[in-house]
Design a protein around this ligand. Structure first.
Ligand SMILES: *Cc1c(COP(=O)(O)O)cnc(C)c1O
Length: 216
């Protein structure tokens, strides 16, 4: 295991045997991020309306070993961040929010990008905005981003690029993927409108069927 991810999560305060609360409905990457550190992912049930981690389930899952929460905005639905941040603040936990599928989603009018200490985006091919592979991180203003830049490039010292002061992997997005991403971002509105039209198509035909509900 390289120390780059370890270093990153360690800065949020997760070391071996610490517990991190993650949603029970998500992609494996959420739990893997915790396991990279040797921490224990603790699965918390999801809310039936948002399909995201349930704020009421969080309280019950917290133990003295709990260090943080990873909230995932699944399928474009924002998790209830106010409630999640409130629980986190009451228990001194950090919050990482991953909206891999919720680019441009809004929670109470705010873009979901800035609602946690750290946020991660995926641009994998099946996401709303895609570059084939790659991703991006968003760090809250009060958290220094230098450690993340350092971890991104195989531990290269940012001030002295001939020194490698840590043992890290290469997490850089390629220039070619970045160029694709820029072109996709220019088309964001068109891509989102098309998705909305597909959603409306299904809603029109499925609405009113007992047992089915729509959250949007
Ligand atoms: C797509 C996705 C990921 C994986 O993103 P990568 O770019 O492969 O790291 C992780 N979690 C969720 C919920 C996803 O939808």
């Amino acid at each position: 295991m390289g120390r780059s991810r370890s270093t990153r999560i360690a800065r949020l305060g997760c070391t071996a045997w610490d517990e991190v609360l993650v949603p029970s409905l998500t992609y494996i990457a959420t739990a893997n991020a915790v396991r990279y550190m040797g921490g224990e992912p603790v699965f918390v049930d999801v809310d039936p309306h948002t399909w995201c981690i349930s704020p009421s389930g969080l309280e019950q899952a917290i133990t003295p070993k709990t260090k943080g929460i990873i909230a995932v905005h699944l399928y474009g639905h924002p998790a209830d961040m106010d409630a999640i941040n409130k629980v986190a603040a009451a228990h001194g936990l950090w919050v990482v929010r991953t909206p891999p599928e919720a680019h441009f989603a809004r929670y109470k009018g705010r873009l979901v990008g800035g609602l946690a200490d750290i946020a991660t985006f995926s641009f994998y091919g099946n996401k709303i905005i895609a570059s084939g592979e790659g991703g991006a991180g968003h760090v809250e203003r009060s958290i220094p981003c230098a450690p993340y830049k350092h971890a991104r490039g195989q531990g290269m010292d940012l001030a002295r690029p001939i020194l490698f002061s840590d043992h890290c992997y290469n997490y850089r997005l390629t220039n070619i993927a970045a160029a694709l991403l820029c072109a996709q971002l220019e088309r964001a509105q068109e891509i989102i409108s098309r998705r909305q039209a597909v959603f409306d198509f299904y809603r029109k035909r499925l609405d009113g069927i007992p047992g089915l509900s729509f959250s949007q």
